[in-house]
Write a protein that binds this ligand. Structure first.
Ligand code: GDP
Length: 193
């Protein structure tokens, strides 16, 4: 079966989004850093498996080496299953993502989100960035243009609606994400013909 994976830093709203996508209840706000193995679920109304991967990046009270291990596990999972993974949904927090990226951009530092985005591309998995918590963002277009630029796509972001999907998981506004993912799945089906 075709697979879609969900990945992102901790606290971006991954569990909330999983609940919206699958109808299952997940432990939102669960104790961070508790290494979870990948969870597989059926995406409502579509014919593929959705895999939830553990959150990575900074988590309060979780030592750096544990965080590194979690990220390594996520990368390994995607690498070893890249063949059947059609789309990687990278969930980010629209409210803070630009500040976090800029704070961690330096000569020998690549922000997690930027790194993961390029990693997905490198292993042949189409990235879709689910920009969550947009209900808390006022200057929507500016924010999304900034994000596009930092991920190496020329603004305006609207050119990239199959890659950048503004959502609010908590409010159930995830149409842009459904649309973007569907676009990639149909593309993949056409390639199979
Ligand atoms: P996870 O650690 O990535 O699984 O994140 P959770 O799903 O546990 O969500 C972390 C926090 O963000 C919780 O307090 C959620 O209620 C909140 N949250 C999730 N989605 C949204 C959203 O779309 N908008 C807002 N404002 N908050 C959200």
């Amino acid at each position: 079966d075709a697979e879609v994976v969900l990945l992102g830093r901790s606290n971006v709203g991954k569990s909330t989004l999983m609940r919206e996508l699958t109808g299952h209840t997940f432990n939102t706000g669960q104790r961070p850093g508790v290494t979870r193995s990948p969870n597989h679920y059926d995406w409502t109304s579509e014919d593929f498996v959705l895999t939830d991967l553990p959150g990575f990046g900074f988590m309060k009270g979780v030592p750096e080496d544990v965080r590194e291990d979690i990220k390594t596990d996520v990368v390994r999972y995607v690498e070893s299953n890249a063949e059947k993974i059609l789309v990687g949904i990278l969930v980010v927090d629209g409210k803070s993502v630009i500040d976090i990226i800029d704070r961690h951009s330096g000569e020998d530092e690549i922000p997690h989100d930027v790194e993961m985005f390029h990693f997905l591309q490198d292993v042949g998995v189409s990235p879709v960035v689910a920009v969550n918590k947009m209900d808390k963002v006022d200057d929507e277009d500016d924010r999304l243009n900034d994000l596009a630029e930092r991920l190496g796509m020329y603004p305006p972001w609207k050119q990239w609606q199959d890659t950048i999907a503004p959502i609010s998981a908590k409010r159930g506004n995830i149409a842009a994400l459904n649309e973007a993912v569907r676009e990639h799945l149909h593309e993949a089906n056409r390639d199979d013909l």
